[in-house]
Design a protein around this ligand. Structure first.
Ligand SMILES: NC(=O)c1ccc[n+]([C@@H]2O[C@H](COP(=O)([O-])OP(=O)(O)OC[C@H]3O[C@@H](n4cnc5c(N)ncnc54)[C@H](O)[C@@H]3O)[C@@H](O)[C@H]2O)c1
Length: 254
């Protein structure tokens, strides 16, 4: 049986996770709950959120669901206010929400472009702004920005998404410098191709399986828990002198 680490430094920490009602984000919610952290997570689907709450609360403290469209900056700010009121000052932010909708260059309208940037880049920036104000007051904190291997492997068919995901690394390095002296660490977590229910439903066909076999060094498939485990390490005191870096969990693709 696989056994994973327990991080005592995460117990009682207030963790804000964006896009936690499905996919990798749901696994991150459960992973932090298992550590005894107090989790607030955003999402748009109350029914999906309910199943995440059920899964997480069987492992640890019941997480708080915050309905929030992350393309709406005022809604992001309101979600942070609610999280603070109910759980306390934010210690850890996991910028996970994203939209990997496929598109071709010639079809991208200004409205589509702006909407993709709003979820895949702007949301994380303003979430970091909200979280950093709490973290600066307490003199410590952790921000983890989710990138993607998609732009490194020159993935076809989602250029706006890939552009935003490459920018996650710039965001990390800029904020790491600006916030470091206030005790705030900022790192990038870059997943490979992770077998979420959505990926399996939409894109993991026979050609996709072959691509994985041809490109990963390791056999097997990444699951959300593999990404969540790295998020835990980056949030815990075990990584206390690590900042401005990128951590790739991709079974050796890139
Ligand atoms: N799954 C993969 O193979 C993979 C690969 C590389 C990187 N990633 C990154 O990992 C993270 C999680 O990936 P995932 O596959 O679980 O993603 P996903 O497509 O399931 O979306 C993540 C979450 O964001 C939410 N979301 C999307 N638009 C939103 C909006 N406007 N407001 C609020 N929430 C919104 C979704 O509902 C979902 O809960 C993302 O940052 C993604 O870019 C995933």
């Amino acid at each position: 049986m696989t056994q994973f680490a327990t991080y005592p430094s995460l117990a009682g920490k207030v963790v804000f996770i964006t896009g936690g009602s499905s996919g990798i984000g749901a696994d991150i919610v459960t992973a932090f709950a298992r550590q005894g952290a107090l989790v607030a997570f955003t999402g748009r689907n109350a029914a999906s959120a309910e199943s995440v709450i059920t899964a997480a609360s069987s492992k640890g403290p019941t997480p708080l669901f915050l309905p929030c469209d992350m393309t709406d900056v005022n809604a992001i700010r309101a979600a942070f206010d609610t999280a603070r009121q109910q759980l306390g000052s934010i210690d850890i932010l996991i910028n996970n929400a994203a939209n990997d909708d496929r598109h071709q260059l010639e079809d991208v309208t200004l409205e589509y472009f702006d909407n993709m940037v709003a979820i895949n880049l702007r949301a994380g920036f303003f979430a970091a702004q909200c979280a950093a104000s709490d973290m600066a007051k307490s003199g410590n904190g952790v921000i983890v920005n989710l990138s993607s291997v998609s732009w490194k492997i020159k993935g076809a068919g989602y250029p706006v998404y890939e552009t935003c995901k490459s920018a996650a690394i710039g965001l990390t390095r800029a904020l790491a410098k600006d916030l470091g002296k206030q005790g705030i660490r900022v790192n990038t977590l870059t997943p490979g191709w992770v077998m979420t229910e959505k990926q399996l439903r939409l894109w993991v066909d026979a050609a996709g399986e072959k691509m994985l076999d041809d490109n990963q060094c390791l056999n097997g498939r990444l699951v959300g828990e593999d990404i969540a485990n790295m998020a835990l390490f980056l949030a815990a005191e075990d990584s206390r002198m690590i900042t401005a870096q990128e951590f790739v969990v991709d079974a050796g693709w890139t």
